[in-house]
Design a protein. Structure first.
Length: 60
């Protein structure tokens, strides 16, 4: 999942799994570009720099 910030200020972006028509449960989340495990989460959340992108992967 890609989180885009087209603004001029850093933004915290949160996505609830239900908005992606996924079951409401915990998924393992990894930030692929930061090469960092974010642990089990019930929603995806990241602070994205201005004009930046964060790439997340979720696994059951």
């Amino acid at each position: 999942m890609r989180l885009f910030n087209r603004g001029t200020q850093p933004a915290t972006i949160q996505v609830d799994w239900s908005t992606l028509t996924l079951p409401a449960k915990s998924y393992k989340v990894r930030d692929l570009w930061a090469n960092q495990d974010l642990g089990p989460q019930t929603a995806a959340s990241a602070t994205v720099e201005p004009h930046g992108v964060v790439l997340l992967r979720r696994k059951p």
